[in-house]
Design a protein around this ligand. Structure first.
Ligand code: SAM
Length: 272
């Protein structure tokens, strides 16, 4: 625990809200919604209104979606009752009555979602990497395909690069805390990995293993193959451009080549 005195306004391991820290350090819902709209405009020539967010967690993207347009609706699906309660509180606090009425959160397994078909399904922050066998991944993608309206689109993200195969830590400083991404275990034979998120605070206190991800590090070619085998008719990869220092510049384009860099995040748009 902490070993330095706590100054006014400081958060500590005792007072921190891990879901709040997760949103601040991991998520950028504005950019994610921009990407959804860009992909739809470029590939379908229109934008959707009804979407489903699988693995919705804190509902950051769902909240941004209903803020963007008064016609937008979203069904958020997650298995974890704790995070869904946190999300519903946040929705009730942050949004207008009209916006609240256009978000529905359900506690269900994404493998069997009991809901009407939608135009667009999202699976972000690599959550489907939790399906470690190829047949499980294919079952999930096939379920999403079945749950989409004709001409609908499935948008998901992926990460990789040479660093993703290493057991290593990466720290980033935020206002009042440090975020630590810990690639703790990598099995090059099975592709199984264990990643943790830890948080550290100015008084020296820490929340170790605030989040744990036991995943298989799927490659982009594998993901595209399984999407096509699951019935999707068209699969495109959005790759990020680079700025002068070699970092991502936030400009996403459909690409067939990419770049063999140390770390990358890509988006995949799969059309029914
Ligand atoms: C990595 S978090 C992603 C949260 C959010 N989508 C984001 O972009 O940051 C994964 C979430 O998926 C949920 N989850 C894992 N397996 C699931 C399943 N089979 N069905 C529904 N939710 C699941 C977890 O409870 C957790 O909230």
């Amino acid at each position: 625990m902490g070993n330095r005195p706590v100054k006014a306004g400081w958060i500590t391991a005792k007072t921190a809200d891990v879901n709040d820290l997760y949103e601040q350090s991991v998520q950028c819902p504005e950019s994610e919604v921009d990407l959804i709209l860009q992909a739809w405009k470029e590939i379908k020539g229109r934008v959707p209104t009804a979407i489903r967010e699988d693995f919705c967690g804190t509902s950051a993207v769902a909240r941004e979606w209903v803020r963007r347009d008064e016609l937008n609706t979203v069904l958020g699906v997650d298995l974890d009752e704790g995070v869904l309660c946190w999300a519903q509180n946040k929705i009730n606090k942050e949004l207008t009555q009209d916006q609240i009425g256009r978000i529905k959160l359900v506690k269900q397994d994404v493998m069997h979602v009991d809901a009407d078909p939608v135009e667009c399904v999202l699976a972000m922050n690599f959550s489907y990497y939790g399906f470690k066998q190829r047949d499980r991944l294919k079952k999930y993608f096939s379920t999403v395909h079945k749950d989409l309206l004709s001409g609908g689109m499935f948008l998901l993200d992926a990460y990789g690069g040479s660093d993703s195969f290493l057991e290593m830590d990466e720290e980033r400083d935020f206002d009042g805390f440090t975020y630590v991404w810990d690639q703790h275990y990598v099995n090059p034979i099975t592709g199984h990995i264990i990643n943790y998120i830890h948080f550290e605070f100015p008084n020296g206190s820490k929340i170790n293993r605030a989040f744990t991800y036991e995943w298989r590090l799927w490659s982009l070619p594998e993901i595209q193959d399984v999407l096509l085998e699951s019935g999707f008719s068209d699969v495109r990869v959005y790759w990020e451009g680079t700025d002068e220092d070699g970092g991502g510049n936030g400009v996403w384009k459909i690409d067939k080549t990419g770049e063999a860099c140390a770390g990358w995040v890509a988006y995949i748009a799969a059309t029914k």
